[in-house]
Design a protein around this ligand. Sequence first.
Ligand SMILES: [Zn+2]
Length: 570
Amino acid sequence: MQEHSDDIIEIQILHTADMHGHFMKYDYALDRVYSIGSLAAIATKVQELRKAYPHTYLVDTGDTFQGNYNELFQNHIENNPMTLLMNYLKYDTFTLGNHEFNYGIEYVYRIMNALKMPTLAANLYTKQGSRLTTPYVIFHQSGIRIAIVGMVTPNIIRWDSDHLADIVVRTPLEEMKHLWPELEGKADLYVFANHQSFHDFYMLGDGYEQLIKRYPQFRLALISHSHQKRATRYGDTWCLQPGVHGSDLGQAIFRFKKQGDRYEYLSSEARLISMEDVTEDPNALAMVASAHQLALDDIRIPVGRLVGGNLIPHPTIKKMSQAQIECTPLIAFINDVQRHYAESDVSLATLSHLDANLIEGEINRADIVNMYRHNNMLRVYRICGWQLKQLMEWSARYFNQWQEGDLTISFEAQIPIYDYAMFGGILYDINISKPIGERIEHLRWPQGGEVQMNESLTIAIDDFKAKGFLEKDLFSKDSSVQLIKDYGFGYKEDGRIRNLIIRYIQEHAQGIISNEMNTRDNGFRLTGYHWEESLHQEAIRQLNEGIIPIPESDNGLSYHTRSIRKEDLR
Ligand SMILES: [Zn+2]
């Protein structure tokens, strides 16, 4: 630990990221204790580590004010439990995450005003060319200069384009070309505090890797966004990423040794500290007690009742939802709600997370959040049969092509579960033995008749996927894809799909829904695979018992990324 020599100075950087509203060890969507972590637990640890290392900087890299029901506190941002605790802990910098932009740019400005530390997002500009925030801060500590630079993933343009009409976003690589000449020689310790994952995801340079390669002067890169855990070296750079929901606190220590009248870099170390067994700071808990009660009261408001069974059957294979491989009442239900309010012909919906479900019995608001985690708004577009088909093919690329000998179905590693769209108001087969682009078969209307490629139709879709799938990925240059209605404008809370689900249960279904739902009108079937049933069952057993590890993606976001084959069986 500390060397007690006047010649050596230790600088400690503490890092939090992707806390997504976890101010207390409580999951409001599940209405139960969440032991993994919280900002109140981090508070305990930060105070302890500040005593051990007097020269400490506490840095958050975003996705702080969204998730775990945080939107409940939007209107009083000063009293938002995340604001209260970040100010109480005297964070040194805060970098905007992509989710901070979900509620519009005005909300971002309100967050910045309420926080008492500088907000960073060096790569954001107004149309007039001025920066939205401070690009970096240089701290001075006993003769050592510490530069902390913060940028946000350029994909905010993909997800929140309509909130960012007046904002210009540079990629972090491009931004650094301008920033580095300004920074060079100005600090003894350079720190990246960006809201970015390590690997690229949607585009070249939206991840950290290139940046770290080109700027090895940065001895620390605080990684976020992909919710992973790491404390590893990449060349001379420490890469620190503290998981998600306050599960871990990142700690990096840099030692400098006095040489004449200045300090030279000597050594460094970095680690993650788990919050699981850390007791929450009582002062922090007292500050957020009323917010906790407010959230509990709200999520426990009854919505209705589900009879007949859960909306997704119990999973056959661990880390795989039945909704990924069969048409389930849950997806059918979301599609029905969307079609009902959008008055559209078809609808698309995705599973918001692996454990999403609606459980038989009394339903309250928390249950709806757990069933539909995202805060999306409903939209309606007019498209043609061939565009629908193209969209469906594009979505069906989610499945790895089935090969003779595969004993399980598997999914493309790079596509997160919430990007696999399933369609309602229409019937179809997905032939997974076919190559990408040729998989949708027997595309037909439930009332009979094939879907014609030149037929005009309307589709209900949430704004998040509309902006990604329709406007960026597939039809960015196709003006015939026409936005008819955006519930985000004017309808406000009434346009949120979660609220529409509640309204549907209460008004349309008179408070009672059944799991025997509309899979008749919302049906897809996977075809093109076969296996010997006994071998398939054996593969399932070995996966479920941990005899064969469940294949997962490098980014840790997807499971069953390749099929289990006979030769994998032990
Ligand atoms: Zn996040």
